[in-house]
Design a protein around this ligand. Structure first.
Ligand code: KE4
Length: 432
């Protein structure tokens, strides 16, 4: 059991951080706002473990919110980044490395073309601009609780940190922008059909997480993704899959491969940077003829395709491509965690649901199935807080919000699962 006093250094660093960094963090979801307490400051990581400034060790189920799928400090990634750093950090000019990353992404996913950017937000923001420029239409449809980064068009009923902090509709987003973003419940095809009928020939794109991960993990209902694909085909709407979280995680080809549904444009992030700031948007060649400098839809970035970031992502993707067994491994590990948690929580009598698809998993303390934002929001957050802090004190670091998904790395094996389930047994018993 970790004793809270062992977090003295984190506490003092947090107080210092708050002086010059808003909320003491550079991304709101890190602030522990929805679970209470102050964020822990980390110093090092290796494999499945992260180490904080007070010398505590935790099994890491955040993994930098997805990028560290190979585990922390993978020797091939570190070596590649160190070697590139010695050659050049950045040119602001094209390099062969960018071609190799583009070729690898297109080969693994089946898309025709891809443009590198610096975050998932940039990827999604650029994808909807391209869809608008390509169709000449203004409106988009997004889904309640889905999160596509913090660009204005997306901060309408957004998930992840926006929901965690209770600002799914952020101030600062103008009415004009908000009016062009239509929303529907996830998994509700009828609602989408209604929006399309009410906005004939005005909808440029439907953007969705193919497996929602920003209201906890919510898999698509049977036929839902296929239904969205068909509606887009029927109405000339660009189908955008935001695979920032699912890309290269659910399969080498991401959700497109796992679910067997092709998008017109796809957004990537997280895994494709291997821990460095990288995003990308890609898709059909016909649509990509419209993006600058080939076409008129402008999009740019000083550090887009940065060699250091690219080599980190390229090494990560090459490892996944050459070791496809990793996917079965992380799925099996996550299934073991689910199958281990169920009897523990059953025995406690606590009401709960566990949602899982592949290596995406979330625990909800509620008595109804969780299939959209409304049902996700019905979770008992007090129970979640107890679970989160209990596990943290037992050395298991879960995402500090009920509106997040656990991120499994290939470094999480039987030993770490044993540690996790032993912690859960103790914590759940104390909760009931
Ligand atoms: P970034 O701009 O944070 O790289 O990516 C935005 C984004 C886009 N699309 C999806 C499906 C995403 O999950 C994200 C970012 N995910 C959150 C975690 N759920 C990032 C964590 C944070 O905001 O600090």
């Amino acid at each position: 059991m970790l004793d809270p006093k062992y977090r003295e250094r984190s506490e003092s660093l947090f107080n210092r951080a708050e002086k010059h960094i808003p909320g003491g963090v550079n991304s709101p979801v890190r602030a522990f706002k929805s679970v209470g307490g102050n964020p822990i400051f980390f110093k090092g990581a290796k494999g499945a473990y992260v180490h904080d400034e007070d010398g505590n060790r935790y099994v890491d189920y955040i993994n930098s919110w997805g990028p560290m799928i190979l585990g922390h400090g993978h020797e091939e990634v570190i070596a590649a980044v160190q070697e590139q750093a010695g050659r050049a950090m950045s040119f602001g000019a094209p390099t062969e490395l960018e071609i190799e990353l583009a070729e690898t992404i297109c080969e693994m996913t089946g898309i025709d073309m891809v443009r590198m950017v610096n975050s998932g937000t940039e990827a999604c923001m650029s994808a909807i601009r391209l869809a608008r420029g390509y169709t000449g239409r203004n409106k988009i449809i997004k889904f309640e609780g889905c999160y596509h980064g913090h660009a204005d068009s997306f901060l309408i009923k957004a998930g992840s940190g926006a929901s965690t902090l209770g600002v799914p509709n952020s101030p600062g987003v103008t009415e004009g922008v908000a009016n062009d973003t239509l929303t529907a419940p996830f998994n509700d095809l009828t609602a989408v059909e209604k929006l399309i009928a009410e906005n004939q020939d005005q909808i440029a794109a439907i953007i969705t997480e193919p497996v929602a991960g920003n209201m906890g993990c919510i898999p698509p209902n049977e036929g839902y993704m296929e239904g969205l694909r068909a509606l887009c085909d029927q109405h000339g709407i660009v189908f955008i899959m935001d695979e920032v979280m699912t890309g290269f995680r659910l399969a080498p080809g991401g959700a497109q491969e796992r679910l067997g549904v092709k998008a017109d444009l796809v957004c990537y992030g997280k895994v494709i940077g291997g821990g460095m700031p990288v995003g990308a948007f890609g898709g059909k060649r016909e649509i990509f003829q419209h993006i600058a400098p080939t076409g008129p839809v402008y999009q740019a970035g000083t550090l887009s395709g940065n060699p250091l970031a690219v080599v980190s992502g390229l090494t990560t993707l090459r490892y996944l491509k050459n070791h496809p067994e990793v996917y079965a491994q992380i799925d099996a590990a996550t299934e073991k965690i689910e199958n281990g948690l169920r009897p523990i929580v059953d025995e406690s009598g606590l009401k709960y649901r566990i949602n899982r698809l592949g290596s995406m998993i979330s625990v909800h303390f509620c008595d109804t199935d969780v299939y959209d934002y409304t049902t996700a929001a019905e979770g008992n957050n007090e129970r979640f807080k107890q679970f989160f802090h209990g596990m943290l004190n037992e050395g298991v670091y879960l995402p500090p919000s009920a509106f997040e998904t656990w991120f499994i790395s290939m470094a999480i094996g039987d030993e770490q699962i044993k540690e996790t389930l032993a912690a859960a047994k103790k914590v759940i018993a104390e909760m009931s």
